[in-house]
Design a protein around this ligand. Structure first.
Ligand SMILES: Cc1cc2nc3c(=O)[nH]c(=O)nc-3n(C[C@H](O)[C@H](O)[C@H](O)COP(=O)(O)OP(=O)(O)OC[C@H]3O[C@@H](n4cnc5c(N)ncnc54)[C@H](O)[C@@H]3O)c2cc1C
Length: 386
């Protein structure tokens, strides 16, 4: 079977791996001119960890893992509150947890398939048409191709989804938060960061910074806002960040100053994607394009890889493509819906919007890693659905 995957992120690359392994001809169309670089730090655990184990890449993931000393929580002026040592946190996941940069994970996945799969970088899809047996596509350079199956693995604002299923507004659910993440060169700041992930909180706001390889620091900002901004330029996004975070102390003013020149600047609303169906005839979606759970649920990467694995497994187990696509959705959707619901429920906990909620969040976090309590906590219960 010939499969064209649109999007070479973690969902697209994982799917390319499994489809190629199962004997299919695979092509990946990626909008970026080359593989994306670092991005932001991912907490990686749950079913995606199990998929990575099946792919035999746990050793490689342990090499890109950042062995931080812990999470340090600070007040908004930068004064120290408490620390959660990373080894205690890892216990909550039965040791099956990594922190790594999105781009480092994608590089590991890309290395597995780059010699076996045809990649077209710097292109997107402009047109899709299908009959009973084939899908016909036109790419942004005007070239045409046909496939037995087209997969949209092109993220929250999926082009495949908008071409086949309709407008983004029907599916993207804004959760009332915005996030920014970028990387800055700053060896002097790294000396202050001493290998920990620092997080400053004030009601409805979180600013985080952590050192990464090459004497650089990565930032992560999150704030509550129900405003619908639409697409913001970097300059406009920077103004928004200044507006919300300029009262914070310690290194935050320096982080904000450097947003203009930072590499890999990311700014977007925090959203989930909710769809009644993930496929239409011979076009199917995988990863954030159909199932984004949001960073509030903390498992988007894990579930993107799980979705890719379950889709490839269903295609392998069923001769009929439509039956396979239905089985993929039946197998995975309940888990995605549960994770989305918990992401919505725990958003207040992830980003408390009052001082009282910050206090409660801090207390529960500190209690959860106590040896007597952590025996009863298992953050790693979700598995690859059967
Ligand atoms: C700040 C932040 C922090 C996060 N933290 C975590 C975390 O701690 N743990 C976790 O598990 N998840 C986290 N997530 C979520 C996680 O990053 C996503 O769920 C995951 O990246 C989804 O993978 P994907 O491959 O489906 O989509 P994406 O990662 O969005 O990849 C889509 C790919 O498609 C390409 N593409 C886009 N449009 C087109 C087009 N028109 N044509 C061709 N190619 C296209 C893109 O360039 C990209 O390569 C976080 C997200 C953010 C924003």
């Amino acid at each position: 079977m010939k499969v064209i995957i649109v999007g070479g992120g973690m969902a697209g690359l994982t799917l390319a791996y499994w489809l190629n392994k199962n004997g299919n001809e695979v092509q990946v169309i990626e909008k970026a001119p080359e593989l994306r670089t670092e991005g932001y730090m991912l907490d990686f655990f749950g079913p995606g960890y199990d998929v990575a184990e099946k792919m035999g890449i746990l050793d490689q993931l342990s090499r890109i893992h950042y062995p931080i000393s812990g999470l340090k929580f600070l007040k908004e002026d930068g004064t120290y509150k408490f620390k959660l040592p990373y080894p205690s946190l890892r216990h909550l996941f039965n040791g099956r947890h990594f922190n790594f940069l999105r781009g480092d994970l994608e590089q590991v996945l890309y290395n597995l398939v780059k010699d076996r799969v045809d990649f077209k970088f710097g292109l997107t899809i402009d047109y899709i048409h299908e009959d009973n047996d084939q899908v016909y596509i036109t790419l942004s350079d005007g070239s045409r191709d046909t496939a037995d199956l087209v997969v949209g693995a092109d993220g929250v604002r999926s082009r495949v989804r908008s071409l086949v299923f309709g407008d983004h507004e029907n599916y993207i659910k804004h959760m009332g938060y915005y996030t920014a993440a970028y990387i800055i060169d700053n060896s002097s700041m790294n000396k202050q960061l001493d290998n920990a992930f620092y997080s400053l909180s004030s009601p409805g706001l979180q600013a985080s910074v952590y050192p990464i390889r090459g004497d650089r620091s990565a930032t992560f900002f999150l704030y509550k806002s129900s405003k619908k901004e639409g697409h913001l330029s970097r300059e406009e996004a920077k103004k928004e960040l200044d507006h919300h975070f300029n009262h914070m102390g310690w290194v935050v003013p320096e982080l904000l100053d450097k947003a203009g020149e930072a590499a890999d600047f990311y700014f977007d609303e925090v959203s989930q994607v909710v769809m009644p169906h993930w496929s239409k005839d011979r076009v199917v979606l995988v990863g954030d394009s159909c199932q984004a759970v949001s960073l509030m649920a903390g498992q988007g990467a894990s579930l993107a890889m799980t979705g890719a694995y379950v889709l490839a497994r269903s295609l392998q187990e069923n001769n009929d493509v439509n039956q396979a696509l239905d089985q993929y959705e039946d197998d995975l959707k309940p888990q995605v819906m549960t994770t989305q619901a918990s992401g919505r429920r725990f958003a207040h906990y992830f980003l408390p919007d009052t001082r009282w909620r910050i206090f409660i969040r801090d207390i529960t976090m500190r209690i959860s890693v106590l040896p007597i309590i952590r025996k009863f906590v298992n953050m790693n219960r979700a598995r690859i659905p059967k």
